[in-house]
Every structure is written in C-alpha cells, then in structure tokens.
Design a protein around this ligand. Structure first.
Ligand SMILES: Nc1ncnc2c1ncn2[C@@H]1O[C@H](COP(=O)(O)OP(=O)(O)O)[C@@H](O)[C@H]1O
Ligand SMILES: [Mg+2]
Length: 171
C-alpha cells in the first residue's frame, strides 16, 4: 500500500516497482477514470463504488500465490487504510505500507504542473496533507517504509520476499 498526498510520487514509484517485479496494480485514480471518464475526481458518490472495485481487485490479485499487489491511493488516514489491511490479513497475505512525506509546497508545485484532469484541485491536496497520518506497524503492517528514501530494487526484492512468506526487514 502506498500512502501520500496527491503529487507525492506514488504512481511514479508504483510504475518503477512494476518494472522490477510482476505485480498487480490497483489504483483508485485509474478505477475512477474507468467508471466516470474522469481522473482524480472528488465526488463522494463515486467513492464507495471506487473503493468496492479496488477491494475486489486487491482480493483477486492476492488470490494468486506469491503475487505482489500494489494499492495506489492517498491512503492518508488510519480508517482509510484499515479495510485494506484487514482484507490482506483475511487472505493470509503480508501487508506493507510505503509512505511519502512530501512537503506540501512540493506536492502543490507538482500538481500545478499537471495538465488536464490530472490537475486535481489544490485545496484537495491541502486537505489530504492536513489529514495525513504516517502509517505505523501498530495498524497491522508487516513492514512500513519511507518510499521516498528507498531504492526501488531493494523495495521490490523485499516485497517479493514478503509475498513469498519471508520475514519483513527489521529497523
Ligand atoms: N522522486 C521524485 N522526484 C521528483 N519528481 C517526482 C518524483 N516522483 C514523482 N515526481 C513527479 O511528481 C509528479 C507527481 O507524481 P505522481 O507519481 O503522479 O504522484 P501521485 O501518484 O502521488 O499523485 C509527476 O509529475 C512526477 O513526475
Ligand atoms: Mg497517482
């Protein structure tokens, strides 16, 4: 699970991981786009359907033995993350959280540079930033890592190990 505000670099990191290992990508922005033709919307009525589909896809991804599933969404709060931690646990899968502590100004500047629908409202970025809570092992994660400070190959290797039932790194 990747956690970070809009513009923190989650999808870029997810893409880099996908070049390193065979994974199933589940991204709420992509699902929202499939459903509505809009990227990164903030319409509450769409959220439940997006989340339902995200859960379905995570579940079916985890049904494949040793498959790494990357869940790319802001995942900013404990309540937002909890259903996915539980879902992974139910499936007997290990679950890791990679977080980005990107400064607000950096995230805003990146989002401002986007064009078209990817340019989400800046107030939404600020709102996510204010609510953001760094994930903790106490939430049930086997591994919590700073995604902005990790080498993508090391990360990919560790995720593959977790998916194969190996222990998480100690730190
Ligand atoms: N580590 C990084 N250093 C500099 N720019 C980055 C980095 N990661 C992502 N970016 C840039 O920031 C922007 C937002 O990244 P993105 O991965 O789409 O963020 P998110 O998925 O969290 O919204 C993109 O233009 C991307 O090229
Ligand atoms: Mg993204």
């Amino acid at each position: 699970m990747l956690c970070g505000v809009q513009g923190s670099g989650k999808s870029t990191f997810a893409k880099a991981l996908a070049e390193q290992l065979d994974l199933v990508m589940v991204a709420t922005d992509a699902i929202r786009q499939e459903l509505t033709g809009e990227y990164g919307g903030f319409v509450a009525s769409q959220t439940r359907q997006v989340l339902r589909l995200a859960k379905e896809r995570v579940r079916s991804g985890l049904a494949v033995p040793e498959r790494v599933v990357v869940y790319d969404a802001t995942n900013a709060t404990v309540p937002a993350r909890r259903p996915f931690v539980l879902l992974a646990r139910e499936q007997g899968a290990a679950v890791a959280a990679g977080y980005f502590e990107t400064p607000l100004a950096v995230a805003l500047a990146r989002v401002r540079r986007r064009r078209g629908q990817a340019r989400v409202p800046l107030h939404a970025v600020r709102q996510t930033y204010e609510r953001f809570v760094v994930p903790s092992a106490a939430e049930g994660f086997d591994w919590v890592f700073d995604a902005s400070g990790i080498d993508v190959e090391t990360c990919a290797r560790t995720l593959q190990g977790l998916a194969a039932g190996r222990a998480a790194p100690q730190d």
